[in-house]
Design a protein around this ligand. Structure first.
Ligand SMILES: Nc1ncnc2c1ncn2[C@@H]1O[C@H](COP(=O)(O)OP(=O)(O)OP(=O)(O)O)[C@@H](O)[C@H]1O
Length: 300
């Protein structure tokens, strides 16, 4: 699949093709006597979707936390577009890295649109006084933010639900909303922590298409997932963490066939073709989907 980040469709945070957006070197994170992540190197370039897989407790989320300023690595360095990242998560977001969480963290009693507007705060310049006085600058900035938030809701297939309360959305749509909120900070790199957890096969497939569409806008993606079909369909490169260390890194075919990965994580060689039962489930669900269903416009 090709990526053209020079088109007018490129996201505001998009980077030139081939640029290294994330450069993590020797990242180690210790909690007392436990080394959760040990000396991990990982690069992500523009136009790439990179997967991070491994057994439960392998250190994947801890590594994400080291990339996003939630944890300060005990050792090692993380650079975004060549700059060492500041050790504060809001500064990391402002620098251009956005993330979603393993457990959905939406503002349940706010509307779908308001949740996305919250995600834009790192990109709005209007300060407290401007907000209190509600001058022309404030109204202009607010209108621009709303317009961008609606564009993002359109992109993820939730525009028609902009006024719904987040808590009333079905689970799969809450996950999409989290992605829209993360995109609202106009990142150059998006980190997704188990984006398909709890989804049915149809929702998982729609998420796959959404991630491809995000990549096609020039935003690099690093994704943690336990769904191996999702990972191997989606990713240009996959890194495998086991007990905090990077065991293998390579393209999907290399990782799927690696004896060490099979022994430590997959258990048995990965069978790429979906089972007949899964195909039937997706086809039945798609047959029931009306033309107005959210996410329809992202289908490719
Ligand atoms: N804040 C913390 N304090 C102490 N130990 C922690 C902390 N966070 C994570 N750990 C430990 O670090 C190890 C790695 O955990 P982590 O959540 O990063 O794994 P993971 O690969 O994301 O697992 P999963 O796939 O189950 O989400 C585990 O042993 C965990 O108990």
């Amino acid at each position: 699949m090709t990526t053209d980040t020079t088109t007018k469709d490129a996201a505001p945070g998009a980077t030139a093709p081939g640029e290294t957006v994330l450069d993590a070197r020797g990242v180690t994170m210790r909690f007392g006597g436990l080394t959760a992540v040990r000396n991990v190197d990982l690069q992500v370039n523009t136009g790439e979707i990179v997967g991070l897989i491994g057994p439960n407790g392998a250190g994947k989320t801890t590594f994400f936390n080291c990339l996003t300023g939630l944890y300060i690595p005990t050792e090692g360095e993380v650079r975004y577009k060549g700059q060492v990242l500041p050790p504060k998560s809001f500064k990391v977001t402002a620098a251009g890295i956005a993330r979603t969480f393993q457990n959905i963290r939406l503002f349940a009693n706010m509307t779908v649109l308001e949740n996305v507007l919250v995600g834009r705060h790192t990109r709005t310049k209007e300060g407290l006084w401007s907000a209190l006085l509600r001058g022309p600058g404030f109204h202009k900035a607010e209108a621009a933010s709303r317009e961008r938030a609606m564009e993002l809701l359109e992109f993820v297939g939730l525009a028609e639900k902009a006024d719904h309360l987040a808590r009333n959305l079905p689970y799969g749509e809450q996950r999409k909303l989290e992605i829209a909120r993360a995109l609202a900070s106009e990142p150059g790199l998006l980190l997704l922590d188990e984006p398909t957890a709890g989804m049915n096969p149809q929702e998982t497939r729609a998420t796959e298409e959404l991630v491809f569409a995000i990549r096609d806008k020039g935003i690099a993606v690093l994704v943690i997932e336990h769904d191996m079909r999702f990972i191997f369909n989606l990713c240009d490169r996959v890194a495998v963490l086991v007990q905090g260390e990077k065991l293998v890194e390579g393209d999907s075919a290399t990782v799927q066939g690696d004896e060490r990965v099979i022994a430590a994580y997959l258990g048995e060689p990965f069978e790429n073709a979906p089972g007949a039962e899964e195909v039937a489930e997706v086809e039945a669900a798609e047959a029931n989907t009306t033309d107005t269903a959210p996410g329809k416009e992202n289908d490719r």
